[in-house]
Write a protein that binds this ligand. Structure first.
Ligand code: NAD
Length: 494
């Protein structure tokens, strides 16, 4: 079987109780190729009753699934890994057509998603909780982890294939049922993912997909039989989702937006640091929660580093993500492109020096695409809008500081705390940043601080609401609760 990768595509469908169904709500929106501006599909939004149907199917499936032996529960995940690998190229192409990123980036995203499926196959070991014989006289104590029921995840547009997999494999391997509500902006790749899930051998109702927007999310968060919710998206929505789910007594983890910093010290390899800065800021068109777009440089090397950055930034090719020579693909929508342009204008108005202006870019043959070229500001001040607000476009701002102390203070002034990177050859500088930077992910001589799936992923401050993060061991804690068995057998010969 091969996946349908050639648009235009039929309207996307929900996957509920093992069957494909049309969302029945009155609203919906077109799915548009960001590189061509052409409508390639349509997504209908799910109604409250669609959500209720999925939750009921999930509950019914949970009754059996929670006591299915764990070894059996992970078999569909092994199958899913094979299917994802066999269809990775097709999924990547679908992803590029509806998201705009490059094929290399789409393949990288899928690889990172598959990694989570692999890690979740280790649940039989990861889910064990502990046993202590003779914890008290004649008493043995055993902790066990139990799944909780039906979980949901609400995911953003920027990694539509990977982010659902931060949650889905762990939720089901631990014995829960799972309902995904993906972004309405690029839902086709998720539908293709579910075409593979459909073949992987999960019982009906264990893994489900409902499309929609705000009302669909609210129906999931308000439903009394949803045990918990994971959210990834912008900070204002993350805060709302966190509060709404908590109000209903649910477990909730909500990952928000970001404003990440790079620190470059005078001992850094400046050419290497500049190339990593450029790829960190511009990969996926800057539409990444790990994009570092504020670059804080020690003043002794500021001018030299800036030259390296400009040289590397000028080499970036803007174009359709399907073209292998493209480094920077299209932004998700014309509205988002307009917002990034507005932020660039604000940067100029507030006095930053526009060293490289990407606003005039044009891509031959794709005049209706949402393209912006690499944009670099110098002399940025930490109080400027472009130094404080998430831009989510191919824009970086360079900022000069006297020393490492001032660099760390600048980083920690941010409202966000998702990630940061440090370029240095000094172990003492690295140690100072490790101890003092208030961020969830820190790279040292690594431009993009993206943890592998066996480590947790999550930020701090306005970048995260909750306590347990995505991926790895945190997911086991999120998706299970612990019970202690305290046993005494008076006639035992032990
Ligand atoms: P978004 O907040 O607009 O949408 C995310 C999800 O929430 C979508 O599924 C959407 O349908 C739903 N949604 C939107 N408005 C809602 C509302 N008012 N009530 C309930 N649900 C609502 O985010 P986006 O534009 O799709 O994604 C980009 C954002 O996600 C950026 O801010 C980025 O930094 C962030 N992000 C964060 C991480 C992280 O790990 N911290 C990872 C990826 C993306």
């Amino acid at each position: 079987m091969s996946l349908n990768i050639t648009p235009p595509w039929d309207d996307v469908s929900n996957y509920v109780d093992g069957r494909w169904r049309e969302p029945s709500g009155p609203d919906g929106q077109d799915v548009v190729d960001p590189a061509t501006g052409k409508v390639i599909s349509h997504v209908g939004f799910s109604s409250e009753s669609d959500v209720d149907e999925a939750v009921r199917a999930g509950q019914e499936a949970f009754e059996t699934w929670q006591s299915t032996p764990v070894e059996e529960r992970i078999q569909p995940l092994f199958e899913l890994k094979q299917l994802l690998e066999a269809h990775q190229e097709e999924l990547a192409e679908v992803l590029v057509r509806e998201h705009g990123k490059t094929l290399a980036e789409a393949n990288g995203e899928l690889r990172r998603g598959i990694e989570n499926v692999e890690v979740a196959c280790g649940i039989p070991s990861m889910m064990q909780a502990g046993h202590l014989p003779n914890a008290a006289p004649d008493i043995d104590e055993t902790a066990v982890r139990k799944p909780l029921g039906v979980f949901t995840a609400i995911t953003p547009f920027n990694f539509p294939a990977m982010i659902p997999l931060w949650f889905l494999p762990y939720a089901v391997a631990t014995g829960n049922a799972f309902i995904l509500k993906p972004s309405e902006q690029d839902p086709v790749v998720t539908e293709r993912l579910f075409e593979l899930i459909d073949q992987a051998g999960f019982p009906d109702g264990v893994v489900q997909l409902v499309h929609g927007s705000v009302d669909t999310v609210n129906a999931l968060l308000d439903h009394e039989d949803v045990a918990g919710a994971s959210f990834v998206g912008s900070t204002p929505v993350a805060r709302k989702v966190y509060e709404r789910a908590a109000k209903h007594g649910k477990r909730v983890q909500a990952q928000g937006g970001a404003k990440n910093h790079i620190i470059v010290t005078e001992s850094a390899d400046l050419d290497f640091a500049a190339r990593k800065t450029v790829s960190s800021g511009f990969a996926c068109g800057g539409e990444r929660c790990l994009a570092n777009d504020v670059v804080v440089v020690e003043e002794s090397v500021y001018d030299e580093f800036t030259e390296h950055v400009l040289e590397s930034a000028r080499e970036q090719t803007v174009g359709n993500g399907l073209d292998e020579s493209t480094d920077i693909g299209a932004l998700i929508t014309p509205e988002h492109e307009a917002r990034v342009r507005e932020l660039i204008a604000t940067g100029v108005k507030e006095g930053a020096e526009l060293l490289l202006d990407g606003r005039d870019v044009s891509v031959e043959g794709y005049e209706d695409g949402n393209f912006l070229g690499p944009t670099v500001f110098g002399d940025v001040d930490p109080d400027m809008t472009i130094a404080r607000e998430e831009i989510f476009g191919p824009v970086i701002g360079l900022l000069s500081v006297a020393d490492l102390d001032e660099a760390i203070e600048t980083l920690n002034r941010s409202d966000f705390g998702n990630a940061a990177s440090l370029f240095t050859s000094s172990g003492a500088d690295a140690r100072a940043v490790r101890h003092r930077a208030d961020v969830g992910n820190l790279g040292v001589n690594a431009g993009t601080a993206a943890p592998m799936a066996f480590f947790h992923f999550g930020g701090r401050k306005e970048s995260f609401f909750g306590d347990l993060h995505a991926q790895g061991e945190d997911m086991i804690h999120f998706y299970t609760d612990k019970t202690i068995y305290i046993e005494r057998w008076p006639n035992s010969q032990a």
